[in-house]
Design a protein around this ligand. Structure first.
Ligand code: F6R
Length: 241
């Protein structure tokens, strides 16, 4: 694991965007695995600026997102498809037909998961996967569990994730209770992984992820086994490393 420390969120975002931008420059038709949440927003803002300046071309890029709430439509402003459109896709020259997010409106969980795995396979797997880190060590919506999930699965969100995500909804009752998420196996098959971690409240879990035992109880700890992981953390998040 490479730990790349940044002094603050702005610098973290620039560093992460630099890594992604290098990937797109070296392989213009690459497949980017993308994340939602607050951590990557600054990274997307940087990428948008560089695209507008003409320094970064998304025209041949394909993207696959980590996850989507079950039951939310792409037009719902809390859906992850909506998040990606508003925080990145609407502002860069990407072909939206090559941007993929699990289908939150597919009620048949088995079908939704199979379909999404087929998409990831069809696009040829992920060149670079961007991740955020949950307070309980989750990546995607892969929550602490007894085993690592091999492929896309439908999860019941834990109380801590519902609590963390309720800030985006009118009330806690509005937070969906289930989501479709790419599995740990799929994430681990990405050629390169970049994790963005910001804030003092992530310091403890980041320490466990980097230095603790590899266990599905801390899903991101599995990243220790990946050959090419870069953790970009600001000073507050990296305080215990
Ligand atoms: C988002 C995702 C989640 C978040 C994690 C951290 O697509 O898969 O794993 O990355 O919950 O969220 P933030 O960045 O909001 O702290």
């Amino acid at each position: 694991m490479v730990i790349c420390k940044a002094k603050d969120y702005k610098e973290l975002s620039r560093k992460a965007a630099n890594i992604i931008s290098a990937q797109v420059i070296l392989k213009p038709d690459c497949v980017l695995g993308l994340a939602t949440g607050s951590s990557p927003i600054g990274t997307y803002e940087e990428l948008i600026q560089w695209n507008k300046r003409g320094d970064l071309d998304f025209s041949a890029v394909t993207t696959v997102n980590l996850d989507e709430y079950k039951g939310l439509s792409p037009e719902n402003d809390q859906s992850y498809r909506y998040f990606m459109n508003t925080n990145l896709f609407n502002h860069v020259n990407i072909d939206k037909s090559r941007t993929f997010v699990p289908d939150g409106l597919e009620p048949d969980a088995e079908k939704a998961c199979k379909d999404y795995d087929a998409i990831v396979e069809k696009v040829g797997g992920i060149d670079l996967q961007l991740l955020g880190l949950g307070h309980n060590g989750h990546i995607g919506f892969n929550e602490p569990a007894d085993a690592f999930t091999p492929c896309t699965n439908c999860v019941d969100l834990t109380a801590s994730t519902i609590e963390a995500n309720k800030r985006f909804f009118e009330s806690e009752a509005d937070v969906p209770r289930q989501a479709y998420t790419m599995g740990i196996g799929t994430i681990m098959r990405a050629k390169k992984i970049v994790v963005v971690v910001s804030g003092q409240d992530k310091a403890e879990i980041l320490k466990k992820v980097v230095d603790g035992p590899i266990t599905p109880q801390v899903p991101a700890s599995v990243l220790q086994l990946h050959p090419d992981v870069t953790i970009v953390a600001d000073e507050a998040a990296a305080a215990l490393l």
